[in-house]
Design a protein around this ligand. Structure first.
Ligand code: BGC
Length: 448
């Protein structure tokens, strides 16, 4: 008997050990000695697109939508005038030109176009159309996001993405915007970071509607996939030349202790949900056990938003716990609290390439009010990107997050992500040193 127990324990131990060795090899967590890398030796293809990204609710100001209702109900910092960009966009677009950019990612605010259900306003769509013309006249490619975390309050009241019956409203809105702009806009992001939207809004309760339910989270994720594929297939049928994707937040989940089977289990599970679900939907047309009609291959490019890795212990964000950031000893903390981990950008690119379509980096940046970290952050990430392209990864663009400081959702105005610093008292903008670095680097790359 004792012998049998001992043999069984030994066998179990060997299996766990082999599993651990496999995981450690299959999912390495490299850390470079940055002092040894020549960050100036970067080389990008001539036709590479250089840009920045913003989102309507974070910059425009003067909105009434699901977010403003949430801000008021939670007594949090109000988005209010934001960067007053709705009024100042022409001046802000001059900043794009000053940086020498040739692509700009921005989002359309549905609540401006349809403030009440079925009551469409033509004025705002004309204004967006003017923006598009202005961008094109500057030689800047417009990339339009149709849903970046915000939508009309009436749609939220109906349950938003948590009710599949609401999806036709969203498709109708997208169709309308596409009809108005697709003669000039050729690159479209249907939805920004669906997994962030669903987990922050329905599991962690930090985004509207502030719920904490795992079943609702999964439902919202599925419905967002349904919405994406419906929009993809409809817009594609109307204009074959539209290139359509979504922006995927790729967070890497690394076990706190790389010899702990429990930490591995937690990190692989989170990765399976966070990064795996949308990949499986595109590759196999299935998400969490359900077939999603038309989802398979509903993608012309994958938008990659990369910020950090999540050092994962037994702690798993659940309906009752808050997010908690850990960092490795050698890592620098950003203002947001999570670490700068540029090495992970390469892993995120490798992950994105498995979608089988070209990659557009739709966001990468850092919250750094003093601008002391941003120059190094920018250089490291661009170096990683340049190396990845040299190694054959098909990455077509880089959009820095963000053009200017703006309303950072649940964090309000405390987080400053801009290449331009914004003085919210008088709405003046001033270029940070990191902005100068980005500008000069683009100039050098385009001149080659
Ligand atoms: C979002 C942006 C946000 C940025 C910085 C991304 O998850 O798409 O809206 O401002 O991260 O936190």
């Amino acid at each position: 008997m004792i012998e049998a127990v001992a043999t069984f324990s030994l066998a179990l131990l060997s299996v766990v050990l082999i599993w651990m060795i496999y995981l450690r090899r299959a999912h390495p967590e490299p850390h470079l000695d940055w002092g040894r890398q020549d960050l100036d030796s970067i080389k990008f293809p001539e036709n590479f697109h250089w840009g920045v990204a913003t989102a309507a609710h974070q910059v425009e100001g003067g909105l009434r939508n699901n977010w403003t209702a949430f801000e008021e109900s939670k007594d949090m910092e109000l988005s209010g005038d934001a960067c007053d960009h709705w009024r100042l966009w022409e001046q802000d677009f001059q900043m794009l030109s000053d940086l020498g950019l040739n692509t700009y990612r921005f989002s359309i605010e549905w609540s401006r176009l349809e403030p009440e259900e079925g009551a469409w306003e033509e004025g705002p769509l004309k204004e967006y159309s003017k923006m598009v013309d202005d961008l094109i006249s500057r030689g800047i490619r417009p990339m339009v996001t149709l849903h970046h975390f915000s939508h009309p309050h009436w749609w939220e009241d109906k349950g938003g993405f948590s009710n599949a019956e609401n999806i036709p409203d969203f498709v109708r809105y997208c169709d309308r915007v596409h009809a108005a702009l697709s003669d000039r806009v050729k690159v479209w992001c249907t939805i920004n970071e669906p997994v962030v939207f669903s987990s922050m809004g329905y599991a962690l309760g930090q985004f509207p509607p502030g719920k904490r339910s795992i079943t609702q989270t999964v439902l919202v994720m599925k419905n967002m996939m349904v919405a994406h594929s419906k929009v993809y297939n409809l817009l594609k049928s109307k204009d074959k030349d539209s290139s359509i994707g979504f922006a995927k937040n790729v967070t890497l989940f690394d076990p706190t202790n790389r010899w702990s089977p429990l930490d591995w289990a937690a990190s692989r599970l989170l990765d399976w949900i966070w990064n795996g679900a949308w990949q499986r939907a595109i590759q196999k047309g299935r998400m969490f056990g359900s077939n999603i009609d038309g989802a398979k291959s509903s993608l012309d490019f994958i938008g990659l938003n990369y910020y950090t890795h999540f050092v994962t212990g037994l702690f798993v964000p659940t309906a009752t716990s808050e997010l908690d950031f850990q960092k490795r000893d050698n890592e620098v903390e950003t203002d947001f609290g999570y670490p700068m981990y540029a090495e992970g950008f390469r892993r995120a690119i490798e992950y994105a390439s498995a979608f089988g379509v070209p990659i557009e980096v739709t966001e990468n940046g850092v919250a750094d009010a003093s601008d002391s970290l941003r120059p190094e952050h920018l250089k490291r990430h661009l170096w990683i990107l340049s190396e990845a392209i040299k190694d054959g990864y098909d990455v077509r663009s880089f959009h820095y997050w963000s053009l200017m400081d703006n309303f950072e959702w649940a964090e309000g105005y405390s987080m400053r992500f801009g290449l331009y610093e914004v003085n919210y008292e008088d709405q003046s903008r001033s270029l940070r040193q990191s902005g100068e670095i980005y500008r000069d680097l683009i100039k050098a790359q385009l001149k080659r």
